[in-house]
Every structure is written in C-alpha cells, then in structure tokens.
Design a protein around this ligand. Structure first.
Ligand SMILES: NC(=O)c1ccc[n+]([C@@H]2O[C@H](COP(=O)([O-])OP(=O)(O)OC[C@H]3O[C@@H](n4cnc5c(N)ncnc54)[C@H](O)[C@@H]3O)[C@@H](O)[C@H]2O)c1
Ligand SMILES: [Zn+2]
Length: 375
C-alpha cells in the first residue's frame, strides 16, 4: 500500500477587526504557496509587485513568484538592500521608480516579503503610491510575524531618527509561514521571542506560562507549537489594534520595555543590540521600576527576568550607560509629551498601568543598581 504523505497541519486564521479595513492573518506551516490563490481571490489581481531584499528573495522569492504566476498573476519584483540603514528615502524612491515604470495601478497589489524593514517600507510605499495601493504582508522574521506585519504602522527612517516618516495604513492580508523561520539566524529568533514574551507579560498570563514551559521547543522551532504561539500573539495584537488603531492611548501598552530599550539602542548606535535584545533590557528595567514603586511583586519581576535569561537574552543596562546620557536619550524619543514620558509599568502578569514620568525620574532608577543579571 502506498504511504500517504502526512497532511499539512491546518492553518489558523485571525481577523483584525477594523470595520471596512478588516483583514485576515493566516498562520501556518508551509503556507507560502497560498499567496497566489489568496491574492487572486481576495484582491482580484492580475498583476502583483513583490518587494523583498537579496537574502529573503534568494530563499523564498521564487516560491512566492511561482505561486502568484500559477494563480494567473504577472509578477514585478523589486529588491532593496538588506539592513536598517536602507530603510530610507533612497530605497523608497527605488520602489516608486520601479513600480511606476512598470505602470503599476491601483488594482495591482504590492507584497512585502521579508522582515520588519521590508514590511514597514513596502507598507509606506503602498500607502503613498497613487494615494494608496492594496498590499499584503508576508513576514519572514519572528518579530515581523508577531508584531510589525500586523497593525498598519508603516514608515521609513530619517537621518534625525527612526520611523519619523510614516503612515497608518492597514494591509489587506497577512500570510505567515512559520516554516520560513527555519532559515532565520538564531539571534534573530531570540530577539523576536522578546516581543512574544512581552505579549505574555502584559496581556496573557497563560501565554507566559506556556513559554516558560515550552521555551526549548519554541527555540527549536517546533512548527505546530510556533504556529500556535504566533497565532496567539497575532490575536493579542489584533485585539489591541482593534481597540485603538492609531495609538490614541491603549495601544501604547505595546511599548512596554521600549522606552528604555529605544534609549539603549540609540546610545549604542544601533550596533551592539538587536531591537529585541534592547527591549529585553528595557522590560527587565520596567519591571524593576514597577517593583521599586510598589506596583509589582518582586517575585513577578524575578520570574520574567529568569525567563529572559533562560532564553539567553540580555537583561542589564550596560553600566556605562546608566548616567545622564540615559535621560537625554529618553527625552529625544518622539513619544515624549509635555516633559513626561508615558511609561508602561506592570502590576501583575496581564495587568499594566501607565505612569507619567520625567526622563530624570526614569534615569534615577537606572542609577540604582539592582543585580538581576549574572552576565
Ligand atoms: N510596523 C511596526 O509596527 C513595527 C513593529 C516593530 C518593529 N518594526 C520595525 O521592524 C524592523 C525590524 O524588523 P526585523 O527584526 O524583522 O528585522 P529585518 O527586517 O532587518 O530582518 C532581520 C534580518 O533577517 C533577514 N531575514 C529575514 N527573514 C529571513 C529568513 N526567513 N531567513 C533568513 N534571514 C531572514 C533579513 O534580511 C535581515 O538581515 C525595524 O525597522 C523596526 O522599526 C516595525
Ligand atoms: Zn519592539
């Protein structure tokens, strides 16, 4: 008797509920080939542009292009160089030039195939070309799958700061293939895991407990488990975005760990830490601040820091950065309003509170050395 191939594990669909701008997030393993049928059916497209970079293009570009062609779509490809330094106006111009030369129109969606850099830049190109072209996110890093591809924040960097030029512009579809994470460097996987842990800490104690229990299987990229974990993160982000699409207030809980994390990133010139690593330091710090102010139990702080350390993530602010420069780095963050920072504190797992603090008040906590590290 012929052995049947094991059926592909089912994919999970999560909806981002934004009325006429609602869209599905499809999460599975081996789902990349669904892009053609989805674009053809959902966007009724005969042509599609794929924006990617040389690394991701080489790994997955052909599978995506073939799937689109088999679904009857003509494909226009654009590549921008890899790296945060290319998330800029020059790369954006390159996308505009190529797509306009190819006479892209409003019925031809753009597909962002790559990590958060490709996703943010492509989303902004889609928001602005011809006053708005539909686009789909096909995120290939863990960070992009659980965070940047969902929620419609798009944009590029400016020499005076990160993400200073941008727009809220929702995709029509997010297609996540957790299989693509198999080729992602381990350090990038762990950096993405920080955002996963963040969702558990601020919104979902059950997710946090699951990560504690199954950390090794997650890091080993067990595909069914990854699909479930990524889907849960997408559900949580979708819930936050549906409640506060434009970050009027509630959505800023997602900045947990980011006030200090951004300062650490900028003080180390974006070279020493990946974003997620700096956020791990920022989360450990936010927990210390919450504990010192009496909002959060010490045991909760220790439990979260322990998990970050088990995942091999940094949790301590480098001693050199604990001085005055920290306050000024926090101040230069664009999220500062009327002299105070809206700082996300934790009360208990799944429960946050906003505190309005001056950059000096925050930096003073960093100066009070608490040994949480062991590095
Ligand atoms: N829009 C949002 O809401 C939001 C949220 C968080 C972060 N961001 C942005 O996301 C960006 C960071 O995204 P990122 O962490 O995905 O970084 P990235 O896009 O630079 O990807 C990381 C690296 O992995 C490579 N890569 C991507 N997929 C791969 C794969 N499957 N296999 C092998 N290599 C692969 C990339 O080429 C790159 O070298 C930042 O610019 C940040 O501002 C946006
Ligand atoms: Zn982040």
């Amino acid at each position: 008797m012929k052995k049947r191939a094991a059926p592909a594990a089912a994919s999970i669909t999560v909806t981002v509920d934004l009325h006429e701008r609602s869209y599905p997030i499809i999460i599975g393993h081996g789902t990349l080939e669904q892009i053609g049928p989805l674009v053809a059916a959902k966007l009724k497209a005969r042509r599609a542009a794929v924006v990617t970079n040389p690394i991701v293009g080489k790994l997955y570009g052909r599978r995506v292009a073939t799937s689109l062609q088999q679904a009857g779509c003509e494909v226009v490809s654009v590549q921008i160089p890899d790296g945060e330094e290319h998330k800029n106006l020059a790369s954006l111009s390159r996308v505009y030039d190529r797509l306009l030369r190819q006479r892209i129109d409003r019925d031809s969606p753009i597909i962002a195939l790559g990590g958060g850099i490709i996703g943010d830049l492509t989303g902004f190109a889609a928001a602005t070309l011809l006053r708005g072209i539909p686009y789909a996110q096909v995120p290939t890093t863990l960070l992009a799958q659980v965070d940047s591809s969902v929620g419609g924040k798009t944009g590029i960097n400016h020499p005076s700061g990160k993400n200073l030029i941008g727009a809220f512009y929702q995709p029509r579809l997010v297609l996540i293939d957790v299989g693509t994470l198999q080729t992602l460097p381990r350090r990038e996987v762990l950096a993405g895991l920080v955002e996963v842990i963040k969702y558990g800490v601020i919104l979902d104690p059950n997710l946090f407990a699951l990560i504690e229990r199954d950390l090794d299987r997650i890091i080993a990229l067990d595909s069914d488990l990854l699909r479930d974990v990524v889907a849960q993160c997408c559900r949580l982000k979708a819930m936050v975005v549906a409640r506060d699409e434009r970050e009027a207030d509630y959505r800023s809980i997602l900045n947990f760990g980011h006030t200090l994390g951004h300062a650490v990133e900028s003080l180390t010139a974006y070279k020493r830490y990946l974003h997620g690593e700096a956020v791990a330091i920022g989360m450990a710090f936010a927990l210390q601040l919450s504990t010192i102010r009496g909002y959060c139990e010490r045991a909760t702080m220790q439990r979260v820091i322990e998990l970050l350390k088990r995942a091999g993530l940094p949790v301590e602010i480098p001693p050199k950065l604990r001085g005055e420069q920290l306050a000024s780095a926090i101040e230069s963050d664009k999220k500062m309003a009327s002299g105070k920072v809206k700082f996300v504190c934790l009360e208990r797992l799944g429960q946050t509170r906003f505190e309005y603090l001056t950059s000096e008040e925050i930096a003073a906590v960093a100066a009070q050395y608490i040994n949480v590290g062991g590095q």
